[in-house]
Write a protein that binds this ligand. Structure first.
Ligand code: 0GY
Length: 297
């Protein structure tokens, strides 16, 4: 019996995803996924905004192998706050096959940063999605950025497209590589060549330190799974084709806070060739880019 009771509306991760038709290249990296607990071993944070089901490291390795991936980048989920124990445990158990993105506070010691680095952490996440966190003030985040820049870590930024205008100047003031979660969650009811997405593309064009994950069609799509999330394809494809050396792909397993449905992870993998239509683009997206960002230091 777990110490925690998941939220009443919580959807559990898919228990039996389909086998993807697309065969991922050997050495591919799932560059956005999470572990949740297990809550009994790694308690969820008191200030969390949701209580999930458990999603353990062993279950993540099982999915990795089943989908044909070789490595994972595990992103600290907001339900664990700045307590990175579950993340570190998973990274240490992965024996070099996983890297991590942590959540830290500005009072973290250098010794703890050393420990996170040794475990495999190579970045920190700044989250601006209001339903997930109470975002820290810019000056605090700036001090955190200054702490990690010397380690050659990067910052993962998570925000929704309507908030980019007010965050833009802060983002461009940051000193590290920036990795945007889920293309900044575009509103796909608007045109791919419209003003809102143009701002995101300008952000990437004018700032060569900015990368993007072309992930989470299941969250971004308005048409939904019946339609195979097709409305997201032009957005992801545009980002991959414009910035082939600065894109990453991830499952987002175990898909926190999905309310409408739980995606089939195999079907998400089958979208990769729609986002990256050539073997050259797939090699960059799935291997070269994540290996450069996460496994070169
Ligand atoms: C994601 C998206 C979400 C949640 C989290 O850390 C989290 O809680 O990342 C979300 O609810 O949109 O990237 O997994």
């Amino acid at each position: 019996m777990s110490t925690f009771t998941k939220d009443a509306s919580w959807l559990d991760w898919h228990p039996s995803p389909s086998k993807p038709t697309f065969v991922v290249p050997k050495g591919a990296v799932d560059a956005h996924c999470h572990v949740f607990g297990p809550g009994e071993e790694f308690p969820f944070a008191p200030q969390r905004k949701y209580t999930p089901c458990d999603a353990s490291k062993q279950q993540l390795w099982h999915l990795r192998d089943y989908l044909g991936f070789s490595r994972n980048v595990i992103v600290q989920a907001t339900c664990h706050g700045a307590d990175n124990r579950a993340l570190v445990d998973a990274l240490e158990a992965a024996k070099g096959l996983a890297r991590g993105v942590a959540t830290i506070t500005e009072d973290i010691s250098e010794a703890e940063l050393d420990r996170l680095h040794a475990a495999g952490v190579r970045g920190v996440r700044f989250n601006f999605v209001k339903r997930l966190v109470d975002a820290l003030p810019f000056d605090t985040l700036k001090r955190i950025a200054d702490r990690i820049v010397t380690r050659d870590w990067h910052i993962v930024i998570y925000f929704e497209s309507q908030d980019l205008p007010e965050l833009y100047d802060f983002f461009t003031s940051l000193p590290t590589t920036l990795v945007v979660d889920h293309m900044g969650r575009p509103d796909v009811s608007k045109p791919v060549d419209g003003d809102e997405f143009a701002l995101f593309l300008k952000f990437m064009t004018e700032n060569t330190n900015v990368w993007s994950k072309v992930s989470c069609p299941e969250r971004i799509s308005i048409a939904g799974p019946i339609n195979g999330y097709q409305d997201v394809v032009p957005f992801a494809r545009k980002v991959v084709e414009m910035f082939p050396d600065r894109v990453l792909w991830g499952t987002d397993w175990p898909h926190p806070n999905m309310k409408s449905h739980m995606p089939d992870d195999g079907k998400l993998v089958d979208m990769i060739p729609l986002f990256a239509p050539t073997t050259e683009l797939q090699q960059k997206l799935l291997i070269d880019n994540p290996m450069r960002l996460y496994w070169s230091n």
